[in-house]
Design a protein around this ligand. Structure first.
Ligand SMILES: [Zn+2]
Length: 319
């Protein structure tokens, strides 16, 4: 009689797909699991790694969870970035990140080191990632989980250090990508724009930092993380301010009434009370004649205080 356990790969008759988490079956008498959406995964009985054949990505399992094994610094950085975003939406801020010792060489060049004396790197200063102090884990011999898991975050309840954009610029056309420089790493910026109706489309690196494209309201914005940001200039309140001013969104095609839309947005922010502060209205909706048209116009401040303008055409000026 054949031992039935031997008919299956090392992780048994079925696993959760590491990509989509649906339960996927093993193919009998092979080391392969097959996801209908993501194709074949092969379990290596010697290394205990699960390899996605199409992408070459590797995972190992600890305590029933898959942990992607990174070979590129962006991989581990993105994963930490996403975990920080998640913490924020749960009402926590991170205070420290502990990265598995095996990634030390991979991430070292990407850590921020303060250099208080002209150009000299202070090797004694604790390195940082996204403004957070970084430590490396004990070795797997001392604590076996660190052979598999990638990092852990220490957290406390509270709002993250505020995010400060440096400038925004004008566009409400699809495919245009104005930049909003922001401390997006563990900033309220993402969730602020998500609540306005934007969704993250692409995450990527920009120099040593991280960026993403978010799309919504007929436009696209690029958010760039700025470590240790300076406060934004008060573009709305300072009459003598010069430079890039604000983003403007034409909602004529998107909404039927600017006051009603803004009231709904305000309500959705108020409902999230506790995890974020109330929406700041810089200018309540009002009508303005610009050229031969009548517009509804309103201004709000984004999570970093950057003015956002919303306009909607409501008619033509009667001759
Ligand atoms: Zn899948």
């Amino acid at each position: 009689m054949v031992n039935s356990a031997l008919q299956y790969p090392i992780y048994g008759p079925e696993i959760q797909c590491p990509h989509c988490r649906q339960t996927i079956p093993a193919l009998t008498l092979t080391d392969t699991y097959l996801c209908t959406r993501h194709g074949a995964f092969e379990a290596n009985p010697d290394t205990k790694e699960l390899v996605h054949l199409q992408s070459g990505r590797h995972w190992r399992q600890w305590d029933g969870e898959w942990y992607r094994q990174h070979t590129h610094p962006d991989g581990i950085r993105f994963e930490i970035h996403e975990a920080l975003d998640r913490l924020y939406t749960q009402g926590y801020r991170a205070t420290r990140v502990i990265i598995a010792e095996r990634y030390k060489d991979l991430v070292n060049a990407y850590l921020e080191r303060n250099s208080p004396w002209r150009g000299q790197v202070d090797v004694s200063a604790s390195p940082k990632l996204y403004g957070l102090p970084v430590e490396f884990s004990p070795s797997p011999e001392d604590d076996p989980q660190w052979a598999v898991i990638n990092f852990s975050l220490e957290k406390e309840p509270g709002v993250p250090v505020t995010a400060i954009p440096i400038f925004g610029c004008l566009s409400s056309r699809p495919n245009a990508s104005p930049c909003v420089y922001s401390h997006a790493g563990y900033s309220p910026s993402h969730s602020f724009y998500e609540r306005l109706g934007f969704t993250v489309h692409e995450r990527f690196t920009a120099g040593i930092t991280l960026a993403c494209w978010i799309e919504g309201l007929g436009g696209r914005i690029e958010l760039i993380q700025v470590p240790e940001p300076r406060p934004a200039a008060d573009a709305f309140g300072d009459e003598h301010y010069t430079g890039y001013y604000h983003l403007s969104f034409d909602l004529t095609e998107q909404v039927d009434s600017l006051p009603n839309w803004l009231a709904a947005v305000r309500q959705s922010f108020a409902a999230e009370e506790g995890s974020t502060k109330a929406l700041t209205i810089l200018l309540e909706p009002q009508q303005q004649i610009i050229g031969d048209r009548v517009y509804e116009v309103a201004f709000i401040a984004d999570a970093d205080g950057l003015p956002l303008e919303f306009i909607r055409v409501i008619g033509h000026v009667q001759p």
